[in-house]
Design a protein around this ligand. Structure first.
Ligand SMILES: C[C@@H]1N[C@@H](c2cn(-c3ccccc3)nn2)[C@H](O)[C@@H]1O
Length: 448
């Protein structure tokens, strides 16, 4: 039974325009979380905060006023956006998502609608503009992260209970609209907005306002890409409306998690945003727990692209504007792998092959080739491939060098063993390219 909705999804299925096709082809992205929280970096009065560093303002040990006074210490003297963009370029990212304002309300651009911005810090200068310029110069697209929830703004409410709440929150809604239109006007080369901080009842109740604001932003910036986390429908449903249709242009539900199988993504575009430690987005002095290795991150990247998504890895720059050593070395390792294997990632999409234990299949919308991204070689040394029916394997060769070739043996209908023609003892994930074609018509009839 279909529910009549004014403020649900306004489009069924994927966007089919060129701007979205560009976004769909990215494969690999970089997230950057930078702001006042980078200064305490998870520590306050000598005590370690065991939550996410960018949430330290909510810790009972921290007085909000003391936190907000960090504005007078924001002075990243070593900030050089070109060096960040160069690291991203070597890593092979196609887009970057940058925090313009996180939940604490501190703006990395000189917004006219609040004093709580870089303009009133010792640094004084705009951060967002130079970052956008530096990434644009490297041919890396920019998406602007914006938190609706704003702990600094006195008009912010978690819920609307009284008339006063409603009067204050109406001011807050205008403030939010003003800032978003300001960002789109000041940084027109941005390709999209990545919204966060939209789960509280106060915002969830603003279906009509948020819907009209989304429409206004899309009119101001044709082609703008906005995810499913921005707004709720009139029944308070988020990401998927009351009829189960995705709101926005791609699903934004995969934060620090990855879908297991293709049916988990319901034919939608989506991105996965991932931290290197367990759960730190802003710079944290000491990372607790497991720090993901380059091989783990490469497998996450391969898995996301094989299931029609983009993988966005987070960096939390230091308060002085430099990047920490662990992030630089992971960016380099990923970049070294991407240098050899990027054609298996860019323009990648779900190949429609049955998942095998050795790794992931990715089909290229650019070359129509099938890529096998191998992470786990079976003790047999032989890689099983089950193709969609009537598809035959014509050729198999290594992406790292076409000399490393493979023999495909048909072991059943649409089932093959890929035999390496040389001993494979790789220490890194590697890619095999399959060239496929229509299976020769077998004799029809008879018992098969
Ligand atoms: C992209 C990431 N989203 C922010 C976040 C996530 N959450 C959150 C809040 C409640 C439950 C689960 C997650 N709160 N803030 C993190 O601070 C970071 O910005």
């Amino acid at each position: 039974k279909i529910i009549q909705l004014q403020h649900g999804a306004h489009r069924l299925g994927r966007r089919n325009d060129a701007d979205m096709a560009r976004w769909r082809a990215y494969g690999l992205g970089q997230f950057i979380h930078w702001g006042l929280y980078s200064i305490p970096a998870g520590e306050w009065n000598g005590k370690m905060y065991n939550g996410a560093a960018e949430w330290i303002r909510t810790w009972k040990e921290v007085s909000p006023q003391a936190y907000d006074s960090l504005i007078y210490r924001f002075n990243p003297t070593k900030f050089n956006p070109d060096s960040w963009a160069a690291v991203a370029k070597q890593m092979g990212v196609k887009y970057v998502t940058i925090t313009t304002k996180h939940h604490d309300g501190f703006c990395l651009w000189p917004s006219k609608f609040t004093d709580f911005t870089v303009a009133n810090s010792p640094y004084k200068k705009d951060i967002i503009g130079p970052l956008v310029k530096a990434y644009d110069k490297q041919g890396i697209d920019v998406i602007l992260y914006f938190s609706v929830m704003d702990w600094h703004n006195p008009d912010w409410r978690y819920d609307i209970k009284t008339r006063d709440d409603s009067i204050a929150f109406n001011r807050f809604k205008q403030f939010t609209r003003n800032q978003l239109l300001e960002l789109l006007t000041q940084y027109p080369s941005a390709k999209g907005l990545w919204f966060d901080g939209t789960w509280d009842k106060s915002w969830v109740k603003q279906a009509a306002f948020a819907d009209s604001l989304e429409t206004e932003m899309r009119k101001l910036h044709p082609g703008l890409i906005i995810g499913s986390r921005f707004r709720a429908d009139e029944y308070g449903k988020r990401h998927f409306d009351s009829n189960g249709n995705l709101m926005g242009d791609y699903e934004q539900g995969w934060e620090r998690k990855i879908p297991e199988k293709i049916t988990d993504v319901h034919g939608n575009d989506w991105d996965c945003v991932m931290t290197i430690p367990e759960n730190q987005w802003g710079y944290a002095k000491t990372w607790q727990g497991h720090i993901k290795t380059a091989d783990e991150l490469l497998e996450m990247l391969a898995k996301c692209v094989s299931l029609d998504g983009n993988f966005v890895l987070n960096f939390g720059p230091k308060p002085d504007g430099t990047l920490r050593a662990e992030e630089l070395s992971l960016a380099k390792a990923i970049g070294d792998w991407m240098t050899v294997n990027k054609e298996a990632i860019y323009n990648g999409e779900y190949a429609g092959f049955i998942k095998q234990d050795w790794g992931y299949f990715i089909k290229s919308t650019a070359s129509n080739k099938i890529y096998m991204l191998v992470f786990n070689i079976p003790v047999s040394g032989v890689l099983r491939v089950a193709t969609p029916s009537h598809m035959a394997i014509r050729k198999a060769y290594g992406l790292d060098n076409a000399a490393s070739n493979y023999t495909s043996e048909e072991i059943g209908s649409s089932t093959y063993f890929i035999h390496p023609n040389q001993q494979i003892t790789p220490k890194k994930p590697f890619v095999i390219v399959l060239e496929t074609g229509e299976e020769a018509k077998g004799q029809t009839g008879g018992y098969e």
